[in-house]
Design a protein around this ligand. Structure first.
Ligand code: PGA
Length: 275
């Protein structure tokens, strides 16, 4: 059981943590999943990279499939001075060796990869990744200077049973088990209810707010002041039309976007509403 925020922190500390929130630059992360081809990745990166010049109040990242990393990296370096960062959708924890089909953070160094999504629910579900695996991947990313975006999210039956917060806190604690305070300032957390991903039915601010507060509470209790500055994203059917409403949720510091990240217009539309 997590202690409540009031018990653990006094009013002055809470106020300080609230002030920290006001200074966190939001992050918009696009997960392109298994979509596109060279021409598509090139064009989409160009459109986003060129526009990011106007978005100096929002950090932006796109994560193509591994085979697109080189193309996107090339386009980002061509658009000199863009704020667009490059990410990947998964990572292997070892540096190199006999790991057929895997890619490590160190292999991505030449491509200037800044972020790695770890523990996305699709990988947990379809590739059998456990929270222990996620923690190992997060640690490996941090060790190589790649910011992990650690995903957590409850399935529909858990949400219907009203067990969301305890499920999320358990998954988060396990997924961050090996991540110590020394590198915690590099962390990003993404709360993505499984039932909201790709469904067109985003969670409501009412659903999200208590979960983000619990996540923030957990981060502060584990990492102290540093935990108050860790960015917490929401993911699941985010689009330009619901961005403004979602942005009002306390402790929300950005979005992890799937479908709407595949078109420059909708991705940039979300970024525009985040400013
Ligand atoms: P969606 O995907 O925006 O298409 O719901 C989100 C995600 O999987 O990260």
């Amino acid at each position: 059981m997590m202690p409540t925020l009031k018990k653990k922190f006094n009013g002055k500390q809470l106020k300080r943590y609230k002030n920290v929130q006001d200074f966190i630059k939001p992050l918009l992360a696009g997960n392109w999943k298994m979509n596109g081809n060279v021409g598509f990745w090139r064009q989409l990166t160009r459109e986003i990279a060129q526009s990011t010049l106007d978005f100096d109040t929002v950090d932006m990242m796109v994560a193509p499939p591994f085979v697109g990393v080189s193309t996107v990296s090339e386009e980002i370096s061509k658009a000199m001075g863009t704020g667009l960062a490059l990410g990947v959708q998964n990572i292997h924890h070892e540096e190199s060796g006999a790991y057929t089909g895997e890619t490590s953070p160190s292999l991505l160094k030449d491509f200037k990869v800044s972020y790695a999504i770890v523990g996305h629910s699709e990988r947990r579900e379809m590739n059998g990744e456990s929270s222990v695996d996620v923690s190992t991947k997060a640690c490996a990313s941090l060790a190589f200077g790649v910011t992990p975006i650690v995903c957590v999210g409850e399935p529909l039956d858990v949400q219907e049973a009203g067990d969301t917060e305890s499920f999320i806190l358990r998954e988060l604690a396990e997924s961050l088990r090996g991540v110590f305070i020394r590198r915690a300032d590099q962390l990003v957390i993404a709360y993505e209810p499984v039932w909201a991903i790709g469904s067109g039915k985003a969670a409501t601010p009412h659903d999200i707010a208590p979960v983000l507060l619990s996540i923030r509470h957990y981060l502060i209790s584990k990492y102290g002041d540093i935990g108050s500055g860790v960015r917490i994203l929401y993911g699941g059917s985010v689009k330009p039309e619901n961005t403004e409403e979602l942005m009002k949720v306390p402790h929300l510091n950005g979005f992890l976007v799937g479908g709407a990240a595949l078109k420059a217009e909708s991705f940039l539309g979300i970024a525009d509403k985040m400013r």
